[in-house]
Design a protein around this ligand. Structure first.
Ligand code: URA
Length: 437
């Protein structure tokens, strides 16, 4: 088969056959199809779409391109369940929800991604913990899932390797925002992880890949429907991404905020709502609870009792991180050279959240090219939410940068991304809907 024929077929709006998709996925996996041809097909799919059938085939082929985990013989006494987000800015939900769900009796083998487009990646964030093995072998991964109840790791070379390469190429070729490609990318990893249930956080808004409600619903339905063909029970929440989630955006800064949350010291309201709703839904989707109210209460108890913080600490130590990370995270996390407030006047009316993500990439906290090293310390903290009144006392945020000139540019970018006014804007919900089938 000539791969140019596969590209031409999709370029001209055709439907790819099973053999063509298999040929593509094999070539992705063994790198026999070069990046320029992968990019060309990605762009053709982005522009012309894929049928439900094609997306299902791409998902299954990518899921079986490497090891498929099996937990049946691991001796676990609870369901194997996970959450996955379609990506946002300041999204640190995984670091909270995985240990909370573990403290509630679930097992969460979370295989996460790196930054994609303007969004941050869980794997990059967790690598700001010194010593933490984000790419352990499967033996250690299984051991930590069993002992801590959760393990957050990156996509190792043996797990859905086709997606790993495709993801890195899509990241830098403007081909991320495609319903079939996002569906296949997410589900390939989740099917390969051997889950019994999945909860999706489908983000909608100007910081999400899906900017409109209709597109977010289309993606949620595509993921739920495609997952069902592989026997994976999936629920989806549609959640707001029209501003940074929580008070920080940037790799190490988000880990710091997560620890303060798990210590029950600082739980920003919108982040808290998303965490409790998604984590509660994990208990419902996996059959641990029938009732959403009871599930949520169980999650809250796991935070307040310290059980969730304990699960995080066990996971961290089990994967090579400091045993006292929860107590001394400030000592361990990297710090930027320059930290200073950004001031503005008036009510914060709206935020161009994608531009905030791009500002972090410009600071060095996200990638412009495949494989680029990141500055994990940079970003924004103490970010005020939409509706806040700003003045000389109350800054918009703190910028963390490597140099003064980087900080100056990030300040200009952040201020340009924000709209200010004399009145507070109307309140918006953070959870828009829950879809179960
Ligand atoms: N998350 C993924 O894992 N893949 C995508 O394509 C988008 C978000």
């Amino acid at each position: 088969m000539l791969f140019t024929d596969v590209i031409r077929c999709k370029r001209d709006g055709g439907v790819l056959g099973k053999e063509q998709i298999r040929y593509f996925v094999d070539g992705l996996t063994d790198s026999s199809i070069p990046a320029e041809q992968v990019s060309a097909l990605a762009m053709a799919i982005f522009l012309n779409g894929m049928s439900f059938e094609e997306a299902g085939q791409l998902t299954r082929a990518m899921a079986s391109s490497g090891t498929v985990l099996d937990w049946t013989d691991a001796g676990l006494d609870g369901p194997v369940v996970d959450k996955h987000s379609t990506g946002g800015v300041g999204d640190k939900v995984s670091f909270l929800l995985a240990p909370i769900a573990a403290a509630c009796g679930c097992y969460v083998p979370m295989i996460s991604g790196r930054g994609l487009g303007h969004t941050g990646g869980t794997t990059d964030k967790v690598e700001s913990i010194p010593g933490y093995l984000s790419m352990p072998d499967f033996k250690l991964f299984r051991k930590v899932v069993k002992s801590a109840g959760c393990a957050i790791i990156g996509q190792t070379s043996d797990l859905a390797p086709a997606d790993r390469r495709f993801y890195a190429i899509r990241d830098v070729t403007g081909t991320v925002e495609s319903v079939p490609l996002i569906t296949a990318s997410i589900l390939a990893k989740k099917i390969a992880a051997g889950l019994s249930a999945l909860v999706m956080d489908v983000k909608v808004g100007n910081g999400a890949f899906m900017e409109s409600d209709a597109r977010a619903r289309e993606l949620a339905k595509s993921i739920i429907g495609t997952a069902a063909t592989a026997g994976l029970q999936t629920h989806a929440l549609i959640t707001d991404m029209n501003e940074v989630l929580g008070t920080s955006a940037g790799n190490a800064l988000e880990i710091a905020e997560s620890v303060r949350y798990l210590r029950n010291e600082q739980r920003e309201a919108r982040l808290d709502e998303v965490v409790l709703a998604l984590c509660g839904e994990m208990l419902v989707a996996s059959g641990m609870e029938d009732d959403r109210g009871a599930a949520r209460k169980r999650c809250e108890d796991a935070i307040v009792s310290g059980a969730a913080a304990e699960a995080f600490a066990k996971m961290c130590a089990g994967l090579g991180g400091p045993a006292d990370f929860i107590d001394r995270f400030e000592h361990y996390l990297p710090r930027a050279e320059v930290v200073r407030p950004i001031h503005a006047e008036g009510y914060l009316q709206a935020v161009n959240t994608r531009a905030v993500g791009s500002a972090i990439i410009e600071l060095g906290g996200g990638r412009r090219t495949v494989g680029q090293d990141l500055d994990l310390a940079v970003g924004f903290s103490a970010i005020t939410g939409i509706g806040s009144q700003l003045d000389r006392q109350q800054p918009l945020a703190l910028v963390h940068a490597a140099t003064d000139s980087d900080a100056d540019r990030a300040q200009r970018n952040l201020l340009a991304a924000c709209t200010f006014g004399h009145e507070p804007p109307a309140e918006r919900p953070v959870i828009y809907d829950i879809l179960t089938a």
